[in-house]
Design a protein around this ligand. Structure first.
Ligand code: ISE
Length: 343
C-alpha cells in the first residue's frame, strides 16, 4: 500500500520534501502536514490532493492515517518528535540535527535499539543526504573496494554563498561542518577521535562577529586526517568538493560539470560551467534518491539509510568542534562505544 507520510515543519526543507514526495517519489503520499506558521501549512496542504493540516506535531505522529514521518522542524523539537515516532513504532526521516546534543541523541539510539531488539527493524534515518549523491556513493565504493589503496587524507571544501542573519560561528560547525563529519565517517568507515578548529582572517562579506571561513581538522580513530574548509559567505554560489588521497591514488568529486559555455567576461571571452546557487540544487538528486530509498524501506516497516548512531556520532564530534572553537585547542571527541547497536 501507499505509504502515508506526515511532514512536520514545511519551511524550506519540509516544503521541498512535500513537493518531492508528491511529484517525484513513488509509493508514498503526503497525508498530513504541520507547521507552527498555520498559514504556511494551509498553503502547502492546499497544493497536495488529500492532504490535511494537523496543528499539533505529536497529534500528527499519533494520527491513524499516518504510516511514517518526515521531520523538518527546527532542531530543538526533534528529540521529542523522534521519540514519539519510536514509541509508536513508525519509520521516521529526521533532518539533521538528530537532537541538540550528544546525550539526547544517545537516548534516541538506545530507544531505537530496544525496538530493534524486539522487531529486528530500525526506525530512524537522519537526513545526511550526501550519502545518496551518486558521486559520493561512487567515491565510497572506490575507497571501500581498495581502489585507492589505504586512504590517508581527505580534503573537503564546503562553500555557501551566504547564510541567514543570526548564524553564529558555532552554528557553522553544527549545521555546515556536520555534513563533512558524516562524509568523513561514511568514506573512511571509522569514527572521529579529535577535532581542531582554526579561525583565519575573516572575509569582509561575513556578518559581524562571524568567523568565516573556518579550517577544521578531524582525526580519525585509525590515524587518518580530514581537513575541512568551511566558508559560508563567499557571495558566489554553493560548492562542495571532496578529495580522498590514498596510498595508491586519489579521487575527487564535486568538480565542475554540465555545459561548458563561452561568453563575454571582463577581460575578453571566458569559458566555464555554471555553479549551483544553493544546496537544494546541488543535492537535488541526492535528496530524491534519499527519500525514495527511505519510502521503499519504510513500506517494509524498516529503514536502511544513515541512522540514529550516525546522528549521535555527528553530534558528539560537533560538540567537540564547538569546544575546540572556544578554546582554540585540539579537543578529543567523547563518545560511547557502539555497544549493541546494529549497523
Ligand atoms: C544547511 O543547513 C545544510 O544542511 C546544507 O546542506 C549545508 O551545506 C549548509 O551549509 C547548511 O547551512
Amino acid at each position: 500500500a501507499e505509504l502515508r507520510v506526515a511532514v512536520l515543519g514545511v519551511g524550506l526543507m519540509g516544503a521541498d520534501h512535500v513537493a518531492r514526495l508528491t511529484r517525484r517519489v513513488s509509493g508514498a503520499r503526503v497525508a498530513v502536514v504541520t507547521d507552527a506558521a498555520t498559514e504556511r501549512a494551509d498553503q502547502v496542504a492546499a497544493e497536495v490532493p488529500g492532504c490535511r493540516v494537523v496543528p499539533d506535531p505529536l497529534a500528527a505522529i499519533a494520527d491513524p492515517d499516518v504510516d511514517a514521518v518526515v521531520i523538518a522542524t527546527p532542531g530543538r523539537f526533534h528529540e521529542e518528535q523522534v521519540l514519539a515516532c519510536i514509541e509508536r513504532g513508525i519509520p521516521v526521516l529526521c533532518e539533521k540535527p538528530l537532537t541538540m546534543d550528544a546525550a539526547s541523541s544517545l537516548q534516541i539510539v538506545r530507544a531505537e535499539d530496544a525496538h530493534t531488539a524486539r522487531t529486528g527493524r530500525r526506525l530512524v534515518q537522519v537526513g545526511f543526504m550526501r550519502r545518496f549523491d551518486p558521486e559520493y556513493a561512487a567515491l565510497r565504493e572506490l575507497v571501500a573496494s581498495g581502489g585507492l589503496g589505504e586512504p590517508l587524507l581527505v580534503h573537503c571544501a564546503h562553500r555557501n554563498p551566504a547564510v541567514p542573519p543570526g548564524v553564529t560561528t558555532e552554528s557553522i560547525v553544527n549545521d555546515s561542518v556536520v555534513h563533512e563529519v558524516d562524509v568523513a565517517r561514511f568514506l573512511l568507515g571509522e569514527e572521529i577521535a579529535a577535532v581542531t578548529v582554526l579561525t583565519p582572517r575573516s572575509t569582509r562579506h561575513a556578518a559581524e562577529a562571524l568567523s568565516d571561513p573556518l579550517l577544521v581538522l578531524l582525526e580519525t580513530t585509525g590515524g587518518r586526517l580530514v581537513d575541512v574548509e568551511c566558508f559560508v559567505s563567499t557571495g558566489l554560489a554553493y560548492e562542495v568538493r571532496t578529495e580522498v588521497v590514498g596510498e595508491d591514488g586519489s579521487a575527487v568529486i564535486g568538480l565542475p560539470h554540465g555545459p561548458v559555455r563561452q561568453s563575454a567576461g571582463p577581460g575578453g571571452a571566458v569559458r566555464g560551467t555554471a555553479v549551483t546557487p544553493g544546496f537544494r540544487e546541488r543535492f537535488g538528486l541526492a535528496y530524491d534518491v534519499e527519500v525514495q530509498r527511505w519510502v521503499d524501506a519504510a513500506r517494509r516497516g524498516d529503514v536502511d539509510g544513515p541512522g540514529a548512531w550516525d546522528g549521535y556520532a555527528a553530534q558528539a564530534v560537533c560538540a567537540a568542534g564547538v569546544e575546540a572553537l572556544r578554546t582554540g585547542r585540539r579537543t578529543e571527541v567523547r563518545m560511547e562505544s557502539r555497544g549493541g547497536t546494529p549497523s
